[in-house]
Ligand binder design. Structure first.
Ligand SMILES: Cc1cc2nc3c(=O)[nH]c(=O)nc-3n(C[C@H](O)[C@H](O)[C@H](O)COP(=O)(O)OP(=O)(O)OC[C@H]3O[C@@H](n4cnc5c(N)ncnc54)[C@H](O)[C@@H]3O)c2cc1C
Length: 322
């Protein structure tokens, strides 16, 4: 059986979740099975130098366009799926993956499971654990193959990077499909990082909706200053105008990888985890012991964030250490 792992990258960078897709596929193979990585874009060399954990790599190479719109990616993937007849297609839960997986499911009629955290193979079918209602419920379901899974970034450890044997790389030309597409990439709007570049921050204190109101952000900001950290927020915090957009972490914000990520009152929705689950050390504070943020946290405190922030700030101020 073939397992297709969809990967992504642009602007000189391969998305970390690409290696997670390959690792997830690798965890399912039996003797005689094959993990086929699929990449579309201009970063063909980077893909070939990193995806060695796959048995084969199919690159849809673009030369004129750096970012492949989801419409084109879906079209290219559709052709690969038709040629390879895989048993499983694994798509990252990314902005691109959302459109791509839905397109493939609609056209093939194969079942599509989103927000997947765990996968177990039972012969010719799979048992998967998927999040529902923003992660408040975990659903275990049996999936007949062929199927499509949309995998949560951070759910699987990355496969070891390494070069793909050149004989195992096949290349298709993406330009003709790109030229025929209805969606054109006009420009990439790179944020002005004059204020802050969270992607380079070594320590981040991130506040979620649990912070309650704009005035309370000051408490977290003071704590961040004492810790030598940047302040960041989940999307509702930014949507409410309590922090600027450049300080949003997640799918539609910044993807960060600090040494310390202190999450205060953040539930840990998949869209938030996508931006921070690769942090070296994640400490989560939440009153709800079932909050999904605890699934990725290395340390967690089930308590009121205001108690913890006050206590920690007092200790830091007094210089008594932790
Ligand atoms: C296409 C798309 C893109 C998105 N992009 C992003 C993104 O980039 N970033 C992002 O963050 N979200 C994004 N979202 C939104 C995401 O789905 C969630 O809605 C959001 O992450 C929830 O933010 P939150 O955890 O702050 O709020 P909530 O989910 O409301 O969680 C608040 C948490 O605070 C806890 N809490 C409450 N009071 C306290 C207290 N006193 N002490 C301790 N804990 C407390 C609660 O138990 C709860 O777990 C996106 C959604 C979509 C559909």
């Amino acid at each position: 059986m073939k397992f297709i792992a969809c990967t992504e990258g642009h602007s000189g960078k391969i998305e970390a979740f690409s290696l997670e897709m390959i690792a997830a596929a690798r965890s399912l193979v039996h003797a005689g099975d094959e993990v086929v990585a699929f990449f579309a874009g201009a970063e063909a060399e980077a893909a070939s130098s990193l995806f060695g954990a796959a048995d084969r790599l199919i690159v849809a190479r673009a030369t004129k366009s750096d970012v492949i719109p989801a419409e084109t990616y879906a079209r290219l993937l559709r052709d690969v799926v038709a040629a390879e007849s895989p048993g499983l297609v694994m798509v990252p839960y990314s902005a691109n993956g959302l459109d791509v997986a839905a397109d493939l499911a609609a056209r093939t009629g194969w079942p599509l499971i989103s927000y997947v955290n765990e996968i177990k193979r039972d012969g010719e079918s799979l048992t998967v654990v998927a999040q529902m209602y923003g992660g408040k419920i975990l659903a275990e379901c049996s999936v007949p193959l062929p199927a499509i899974l949309m995998i949560n970034p951070g759910a699987f450890a990355e496969a070891a990077p390494g070069p793909v044997d050149s004989a195992s790389v096949s290349t298709i030309d993406a330009e003709a499909v790109l030229a025929g597409g209805k969606v054109k990439m006009v420009d990439i709007d790179v944020p002005d990082y004059a204020d802050v570049d969270l992607t380079k921050a070594e320590r981040i204190v991130c506040v979620g909706r649990g912070i309650g109101d704009e005035a309370s952000i000051e408490l977290a900001r003071n704590l961040a200053t004492m810790l030598g950290a940047e302040i960041a927020g989940s999307r509702p915090v930014v949507d409410n105008g309590w922090l600027p957009k450049l300080r949003q972490v997640g799918k539609s914000g910044q993807k960060v990888k600090p040494k310390l990520y202190l999450a205060l009152g953040v539930s840990g929705a998949p869209e938030h985890l996508e931006g921070m689950s690769q942090a070296d050390l994640i400490i989560a504070v939440n009153t709800d012991p079932k909050a999904p943020i605890f699934n990725v946290a290395h340390y967690g405190a089930t308590c009121d964030l205001f108690d913890l922030v006050a206590n920690l700030s007092d200790r830091l101020r007094a210089g008594t250490g932790l």
